[in-house]
Structure formats: C-alpha cells, structure tokens
Write a protein that binds this ligand. Structure first.
Ligand code: FAD
Length: 397
C-alpha cells in the first residue's frame, strides 16, 4: 500500500543488481516485490546436476541479498497497470509507483510437452532447471551403467541456451571415466540447425560431441514423453518424421515463456510469441512508458538470456532510470553482451561471450576462448560464484 518512488518486481539476479545500484547512487524509497525467501544462483545448477557442486552452494536467504535501505514486500505481483502506475499484489493490496523495474524472470512451462509435467522428478526423468530436481540428475547419471540417455533442448527462447547440452557432456565424461560410455547410447536433441549460434564455437562443440560418441539430432524436438513406458517422441523438422525412443535416463529442459500475468499485461511485447516485455534493445526502457524498464530473462531482447547478460544490463537500466528521474533522456547503452560458459568435460570449459551481432566480446582478450580450457572451468566453479554474491548483487561489478 502507499506510493513508492521506485518499485522493483522480482528479487533475482536482475532485480537485486539494479536495486543495489540505485541504492549506491543514493536513491531512497525503493520497494522490492519478491515472494520467495530464497535467492538462487542458478548457473551452479549445471554443476549440481553433474555432481560437481552441492545444491546448498547455490542458495542464500533472500533477506541476505536485499540491499540495506530497500523495503521488501514479500508478495507476488499479480498485475501491472502502467497507466495508473500501480502493481496489484497477491493478497489483494495495490502499490503505486513513480518508476518501475520489471525483473520477475521467466516461467518454466512443464506442461508444454505432453507427459513431461507428470514424469519429471520420477521415472528416470530429471532437469537441472529446477532446484528440486537438479540433485536427482546426478543420482541418475551415477546409477547408469548401460542403456539410452536422452538430453533435450526446447524450441523457443530459454535461459542459458548452453545448459541443455552442458549436462550431456558432464554425464558422458563421467561415463567415460567409469569405462561404461561405450555401453550407453547418448542422444542430444537440439531444435536449431547447429549446436550453437556462433559458428566458431559450434565447430568446437561438434568435436566435443563426436569425442563422446553423442548422437546429435539437429532441427529436432521432444514432442511427448510417456514416463510409465519410459518412451519419448522426437520430431525431426528436416524431414517431418517422428520417432519413438526408449530411454533409461532423460534430462529434459522445459519450454519457457514470460510469466502468465506478464503475458496478459499491456507491457508485453506484441512481437514476442512468449509474451516477454517490450524494451528498447539498447536502453532497456519500455517503448510506451518512459518510467518502466525491463531487465533480465523477462525482457524481450534479441540476445541469449543469461546471468552474464544481466551483469551488463543492470548498470544500463539503473543508469538510465537515474537519467529519467533527473529529467534527462537515457544515456547508457547495452550492446547485447551475453556469455555462455560451455562446460565440455568434468575439468574443461569454453567461455563463449558475444553481443547482438554475434561478435565475440572476450573478457580475457589474451586467451584463446575457442579452445576447451581448464582455467575457465576453475573460473566458473570457484571464481564466478563469489563474483556473483559479492560483486554483482552488491552493485560493485
Ligand atoms: P531470476 O534470477 O530467475 O529471478 C526472478 C525472480 O523473480 C525470482 O526471485 C522469483 O522468485 C521472482 N518472481 C517470480 N514471479 C514473481 C512475481 N509474480 N512477483 C514478484 N517476483 C516474482 N546464466 C549464466 O550467466 N551462466 C550460466 O552458466 C547459467 N547457467 C544456467 C543453468 C541453469 C540450469 C539455469 C536454470 C540458468 C542458468 N543461467 C546461467 C541463467 C541465469 O540463471 C538467469 O539468466 C538469471 O538468473 C536471470 O535473472 P533474472 O533476475 O531475470 O531471473
């Protein structure tokens, strides 16, 4: 209830980073709307599923990451009226804002593939995309000695586009070390015509998949799963055929879209089939509402949705919001930077960093990032988490 100078919807990577930057710039009267009492560092979930990090290392109490001086309303946003400048909250209250930062992330559509919602978490089906299942991925990988393992990637935008294949490489490398890989058929189902958007990295990944003997199905999609029978259907869009495959392990990544209430809101971009929020690709400002900014996975930006992208978006959104508050036009620009740490083995990684034009934008210009590297794996496992908790979420980095 009441009037708030800045309302931030969502206390995940994006919401906390922007709120921290606004606080550092001296903005008072910031209100965060976030229903969860847990903040997750989701990039670790790949390593959780691969048996390389405990789930608890990806979790902190939400209260511990909210910047001092930010008011926390522990409710869910249900609707935004950008004309009246109000947000309706679960429980029925409404708040009024002068400026709004939309950062509620995206929604996992388990129901988007028939049978998946019923099967995930049982029937040898797991997914690193939810913390309740990620530890189970490792249990399934560890228990497997022979049979068929299928790893799927949904069509449409998803967070961390590399995550559906990284877990396949971690699993295959584990089976190789256990000397059972030759008894396991590994299938990787990818909707795109290549393993990765940027050809130079795609070529490296092709060699990685070949090294493990992974059967890569390009332009293909899982269209149904039957958990009781342990069968799934793969549609191949090249020739329009469908094939039923029996599996002993399935790592499934669900289709993803904007949260339903965002899709239904006038902030949604009519050009986005998944209902993501309209935002100028460089300023992150909403095209029809100068006082509204969208950051993180919920924004309809033509780049890959990652925490690394959020790291570059947060200073732009915060800086431009300050500009608007001071009556200036937005002066900060986001170039589409995103990064995908492609784990290719239990001790190797490729760091793919690029912008809207798919141009490589390396943080470490002197090293060869088109090679699988051990130093980059160490960087992801041990350096990035502290950078996230102490640098990014506090608005320092
Ligand atoms: P989130 O961090 O998901 O936060 C959204 C927040 O909004 C949550 O706290 C949620 O509780 C809250 N919320 C939801 N609904 C409402 C509501 N109605 N009202 C108020 N609040 C609400 N990124 C990388 O950079 N590198 C990686 O290696 C990487 N690997 C990944 C691996 C996996 C398996 C997954 C799942 C993700 C990975 N990511 C990675 C992606 C990264 O985690 C996301 O891009 C990032 O968290 C996006 O930040 P966000 O704030 O937009 O969304």
């Amino acid at each position: 209830s009441g009037r708030h100078r800045v309302a931030v919807v969502g206390g995940g990577s994006a919401g906390i980073s922007v709120a921290a930057r606004l606080r550092r710039a001296g903005v008072t009267d910031i209100t965060l709307i976030e229903p969860s009492d847990t903040h997750w560092y989701q990039p670790l979930w790949t390593l959780v599923g691969g048996g390389q990090a405990p789930l608890r290392s990806s979790r902190r109490p939400e209260g511990s990451v909210i910047p001092d001086g930010v008011r926390w309303i522990r409710r869910r946003a249900l609707a935004v009226d950008a004309g009246a400048r109000t947000v309706t909250l679960s429980g029925g209250d409404e708040i009024t804002y002068d400026h709004l930062v939309m950062a509620p992330g995206l929604q996992l559509d388990w129901g988007g593939v028939p049978g998946l919602a019923e099967a995930v978490g049982h029937d040898r089906v797991s997914s690193n995309y939810a913390p309740e299942y990620a530890p189970r991925t490792w249990e399934l990988i560890r228990a497997m000695r022979s049979g068929t393992a299928v790893f799927t990637h949904p069509a449409g935008p998803l967070k961390c586009g590399g995550a559906p294949q990284k877990i396949a490489y971690l699993a295959a490398d584990h089976w190789r070390r256990q000397k059972v890989l030759d008894r396991i058929r590994v299938i990787l189902v990818i909707p795109d015509p290549a393993l990765f958007k940027v050809p130079a990295w795609s070529q490296v990944l092709e060699k990685v998949a070949t090294r493990y003997g992974i059967e890569v199905r390009l332009r293909s999609e899982m269209t149904s799963v039957d958990g009781d029978r342990r069968e799934l259907t793969i549609a191949d869009h090249t020739n329009g055929t469908k094939e039923t495959v029996s599996y002993d392990l399935l790592h499934a990544v669900p289709p993803q879209s904007a949260p339903d209430w965002v899709k239904a809101s006038p902030l949604a971009d009519p050009a986005s089939p998944q209902g993501f929020i309209a935002a100028d690709r460089h300023t992150l400002q909403h095209p029809h509402h100068d006082n509204v900014f969208a950051v993180g996975d919920v924004a309809n930006l033509p780049t890959s949705k990652t925490g690394a992208a959020v790291r570059k978006q947060a200073p732009v959104a915060a800086g431009n919001l300050l500009d608007v508050m001071d009556g200036r036009s937005p002066s900060h620009r986001y170039d589409g930077y995103t990064s995908c740490p492609l784990v290719t083995a239990r001790d190797r990684m490729l760091l793919a960093e690029f912008d809207y034009d798919l141009r490589p934008t390396p943080t470490f210009p002197l090293i060869d990032t088109f090679k699988e590297r051990r130093d980059m794996w160490v960087f992801k496992r041990y350096a990035l988490p502290p950078v996230y908790w102490h640098g990014m979420l506090t608005g320092r980095l």
